[in-house]
Design a protein around this ligand. Sequence first.
Ligand SMILES: Nc1ncnc2c1ncn2[C@@H]1O[C@H](COP(=O)(O)OP(=O)(O)OP(=O)(O)O)[C@@H](O)[C@H]1O
Length: 260
Amino acid sequence: MSTHAESSSTPDRPGSATPDPTAPVLEIDQITVGYGGVPAVRGLSASVRPGEILALLGPNGAGKTTTLLAAVGALGLMSGTVTALGDPIDRRIERNARRGVTLVPDTRGVFHRLSVSDNLRLARRRNGPDLDTVYQYFPKLKTMRGRRCGNLSGGEQQMLALAKALLANPQVLLIDELSLGLSPVAVQDLLPRLRSIADEHQMAVVLVEQHIDLALGIADAAIVLHHGRVALSAPAGELRSRRDMVEAAYFGRTVEDLAS
Ligand SMILES: Nc1ncnc2c1ncn2[C@@H]1O[C@H](COP(=O)(O)OP(=O)(O)OP(=O)(O)O)[C@@H](O)[C@H]1O
């Protein structure tokens, strides 16, 4: 995992003779993006390589969801570029999904009236994994495959939302608050699974998360946003032992600022 500034390699281009399997599959370069002409995120850069998890942290309204929406092509950029899998991101998000860029929204995106297995069947893609493969990651879903999703707990619905996203065989997975409304125990169960899946499938993940420690525990790098700007960008390993830096960044400050 690296931030844009650290990234030195050239991304793969279609037709390149020797594709570099470690090149970033998502590159966000100096984007400014917002609503009705008013920027909500300014000058943000980041890049994510296969198998890496980038945690996107920050207080409410900092611009985390806006960044994900821009990265998946759902919002037009005021400036800057987003490149996914070697090509500029398309404004037609279904095209991006077919190319392997998938968003798990904080609304979970499950059909409440349908069963677990019907939800999964609807999410299946021709070139994606089958249901048994995702049941291996989430055995609990198999045991409740006939149940209507509206009757599942929040954690079970999140599991299903993640399983649905995996069926699309993503190479770049953008996840908005997987743990929204979940108990700490449920989050502790889900996030390590995400780490294993990213490792096993060499999937690049951008994870918006409010549980700072749990996110840093599985991430390779983290960005803290404050008022739409990058307040801190560093390897997660560094930040695990510098929680003070993370907390300062939540206030848009440095540790030194806070001390003075
Ligand atoms: N559809 C919209 N129209 C206008 N402004 C919006 C819209 N969506 C978000 N905003 C504003 O953009 C800013 C960033 O919002 P965003 O949802 O990206 O923050 P966030 O970091 O994801 O917050 P949270 O943690 O509360 O979900 C906020 O000031 C918010 O009010």
